[in-house]
Design a protein around this ligand. Structure first.
Ligand code: KIV
Ligand code: ZN
Length: 515
């Protein structure tokens, strides 16, 4: 008997982007979408079309570019949202509209101010309206994890009658327990008379660290789509992580008798791409994609591993894309070799000038670093292609010193609206001196909420990837900087974050939006 397929629905670009500070530029979203397509994700939720013109444009571009995966837009159960979602996904070879309304007593009463009957009516109207545009319509019962099962049965039956082809049961606040959630899915599938006309899906948040366990329990009880994100990115504690779900299903086929269409060899590169773009580092002990996930440190483990790797290893690192990072190019590589490798990574250039600019940065990097890895190439594009972010602050020059017996200092020249400002500062380390110097000029009033440095590849000449998270008046942004010099990377990250703070927040959060 062949294993049953589980549809992998990735929402990194929508729910993932709702993580505080994880906003991505248009070009970054397209690059992530291409990586998801390479990973063979079945459905890519590319955004929430009505939330902002930027989201609309990104969904539209992804719908034009991606051909293998279904491209989906989220919409509330409102005609105007659905119209916008339909326009955004119009160019897609396979498109989907995902519409949702809250079904828990607390959400219906306090957020929507609607009666249960009105919610059923609105859900039916929304699904019917979406079906006027497209056959592939997903309907979600927001906060299903805290909704009454009898009511869920009524709404879902109505939504399927109206034409929904996928029914999604979100645990929006990460409240459910695996055995309960599995039981709910089983009950819904058994009790809803037309349940065989739709694929049941789940969307679990990780507030209690149970998102993957809850999703698996649902799958064991009949769900055949899981919604997830790369690195578990997402609102608050995030969503179920794609890499964990996919690898559980693959590694434990013996028990689960399930399969996905994912090409697991692209998991680690995709994880790194998303982490590099969003500035959300991956914890070293994170399953599958953490730096230590396949490291065997203790003597007993190493001994067993050398005798037979299966003593301590249940998956092969190469199966999830460790070791696939290649030393691709070097100082002597020409423009054509560079362009070809970039295309292999899914990066294309719209104009010759764009190619030239990234190529000249590549040459500068190749002078500093003898071996250029794929991660380095991805980083070059992030630096150049985040052109849709206006730059109020530009770093023109930086010098920082550290020594065993002198106070670290920094001297910098920063352009503010085109005007150069020279500044110096001391600090408790060169990075502190640099941040203080920048703040002397900018006086942002922002709070440094996170500072993280990680090496992007192996070797002491690796580029350092720095994330600087700033918080100001409740707003959080993540600035990113990359350089072989980590103090310079830190300065770039701080200035990137300051530039992000100058831009108006771009969109409405779908789950907090009022109908
Ligand atoms: O968590 C949630 O309920 C959602 C829905 C909009 C699907 O993200
Ligand atoms: Zn969600």
């Amino acid at each position: 008997m062949t294993n049953q397929q589980v549809v992998i629905f990735d929402t990194t670009l929508r729910d993932g982007e709702q993580s505080p500070g994880a906003s991505m530029t248009h070009d970054e979203k397209v690059r992530i979408a291409l990586a998801l397509e390479r990973l063979k994700v079945d459905v890519i939720e590319a955004g929430f079309a009505i939330s902002s013109p930027g989201d609309f444009k990104a969904i539209h571009s992804i719908a034009k570019t991606v051909t293998e995966s279904t491209v989906c837009s989220l919409s509330r159960a409102l005609e105007k949202d659905i119209d916008r979602a339909a326009q955004a996904i119009k160019p897609a070879k396979q498109g989907r509209i995902h519409t949702f309304i809250a079904t828990s007593p607390i959400h219906m009463h306090h957020k929507l101010n609607m009666t249960p009957e009105q919610v059923i009516e609105q859900a039916e109207l929304a699904v019917r309206h979406a079906r006027n545009y497209i056959d592939d319509v997903e309907f979600s019962c927001e906060d299903a994890g805290r909704s009454e099962v009898d009511f869920l049965c009524r709404v879902i039956e109505a939504a399927i009658n109206a034409g929904a082809t996928t029914i999604n049961i979100p645990d929006t606040v990460g409240y459910t327990l695996p055995h309960q959630f599995g039981e709910t899915i089983k009950t819904l599938i058994e009790r809803i008379p037309n349940s065989d006309k739709a694929v049941f899906s789940v969307h679990c948040h990780n507030d209690l660290g149970l998102a993957v366990a809850n999703s698996l329990s649902a799958v064991v009880n009949g769900a055949r789509q899981v919604e997830c994100t790369i690195n578990g990115l997402g609102e608050r504690a995030g969503n179920a992580s794609l890499e964990e779900l996919v690898m559980v299903i693959k590694t434990r086929q013996d028990s689960l008798k399930l399969d996905t269409g994912i090409d697991t060899r692209h998991i680690v590169p995709t994880s790194r791409l998303v982490s590099g773009i969003t500035g959300f580092p991956v914890q070293p002990n994170k399953a599958i994609v953490g730096a230590n996930a396949f490291a065997h440190e203790s003597g007993i483990h190493q001994d067993g591993f050398i005798k037979n790797r299966e003593t301590y290893e249940i998956m092969k690192p190469e199966d999830v894309g460790w070791n696939t990072s290649r030393i691709t190019l070097g100082k002597l590589s020409g423009r054509n070799a560079f362009k070809v490798r970039m295309e292999e990574l899914g990066i294309t250039f719209e104009t010759q000038e764009a190619l030239n600019e990234v190529f000249s940065r590549f040459k500068i990097l190749a002078d500093k670093k003898s071996e250029i890895y794929d991660e380095d190439l991805q980083a070059l594009v992030s630096d150049v292609c985040s052109g849709d972010v206006p730059k109020k602050y530009v770093l023109l020059m930086m010098e920082a010193s550290s020594s065993t017996n002198k106070q670290p200092t920094a001297a910098m020249v920063i352009n503010v609206d085109g005007q150069p400002h020279e500044v110096t500062s001391e600090g408790d380390g060169p990075v502190d001196a640099v941040f203080k110097a920048i703040e002397k000029v900018v006086q942002s009033g922002a709070r440094l909420a996170l500072y993280n440095v990680s090496s992007m590849t192996s070797g002491s000449d690796s580029q350092g990837g720095v994330t600087v998270r700033l918080e100001k008046s409740g707003r959080i942004v993540n600035g990113i900087g990359k350089d072989t010099d980590i103090v310079l990377a830190s300065a770039k990250a701080y200035i990137d974050a300051l530039n992000l703070l100058t831009i108006e927040p771009r969109k409405t959060n779908p789950t907090s939006a009022i109908m």
